[in-house]
Design a protein. Sequence first.
Length: 347
Amino acid sequence: MSTSLVDRCVLITGGTGSFGQTMVTRLLDAGAGEVRVLSRDEAKQEAMRIRLRDDRVRFYVGDVRDRDAVSKATRGVEYVFHAAALKQVPSCEFFPLEAVRTNVLGSANVVDACERHDVSALVFLSTDKAVYPINAMGMTKGLMEKVAQAHVRNNPRARTRVCSVRYGNVMCSRGSVIPLFIEQIRNGVPLTVTEPAMTRFLMSLADSVELVEHAFEHGQPGDIFIRKAPASTIGDLATALCNLFEVPAKFDVIGLRHGEKMFETLASHEELARAEDFGSFLRVRVDSRDLNYSLYFEEGDPSREHRADYTSENTTRLTVPEIMSLLLTLPEVRQRLEPVAASAGCG
C-alpha cells in the first residue's frame, strides 16, 4: 500500500462488502488517518465497528443513489474506492432499473461528489461481465465504466483522477459459489452446478485488492486496469472442493441461470489492440478522440492489429489438483476444513 495514504482520509463506498472490509483493514495497516465506510447496511456497519474497534473508521449510513448522502460522505476526502453495486446477476435481470439506479446513476453521483469536493483519485470497481454483456448487471457495470471515461473526456483539467479496475470472480466473496458449495457439502446434499463445462476466472480477494492498489498507484485518467487470472470449469471447481472435504462428488446440474454465459471475457480484442501489458496486469488506455471522426473515417488506423479476446476459455486452465492448491490459499476454505481435519484425527 502506498505511503501517500499515511494520515490521509479515504472513503470506500459499499465498504461493508467483502472487498470493502479487506480494504479497510489494509488502509488502517498502511497508516490512513481516517477511513470512511458508506453503505446501506447498518447491521454490518455495527459488526465492523465492534470487530475493528478503531477510532479512525467512521461509518456513514447512506446509498450511492442519494446525491446528498454521497456528497456528505465525500467532503474532506482525499481518495475514494467505489465498490458499491448491485452484483447478483439473476436479481438484476428481474429488476434492471434498480441496477441502473445503483450501478450507473449511483456511480455518476460518486464522480460528481468527488469533483465537487476536490478528491485526488477515484477508482471504480468493475467486472468481466461488463465486456460483451448479456445481462443487466454487466450492462450497467459497462455503463459505469463509460461514466468514468466520459468524465475524463469532458473534463481534461479535472482535479480528480478517475480510473477503473476490472476482474473476474473473487473466490469466497459474498454471493460467490464457493461458500454455497461448502455449505452444501457440509449439509450432505448434492452440489447445485449450473453447467459443469462453464468456465470462470478465479481470483482471490487479496489479488483483487492488489489490483485496486495498483490502479491507485499507477492509473492515469480513464485507464482500465485488468488483473490476469487463471480459470477453471465449474465442474472441476466443485470436484476440487469435494476432494478437499473428502466427500464423493455428487452434482445436481440445474442449467444456466438468467443472464449467464458459458465463459466470461476480461478484455475484448478491440481493447487489447490499445492495451499495455505489465506482466500480471493489463492497462487499457481511454479512447481520447473527440467527436471529430473524419480522420479515422477517411484514413483509418493502420496500427490496429487483430487479437483474440482474453477470456476464461483461452486463459490458463487449472486442473483439479491445481484448483485444490489454490483453494487451500484461502483462509475461508482452510477455516472450514479444520473441523474435517480434527474429526479425522480423532479416528
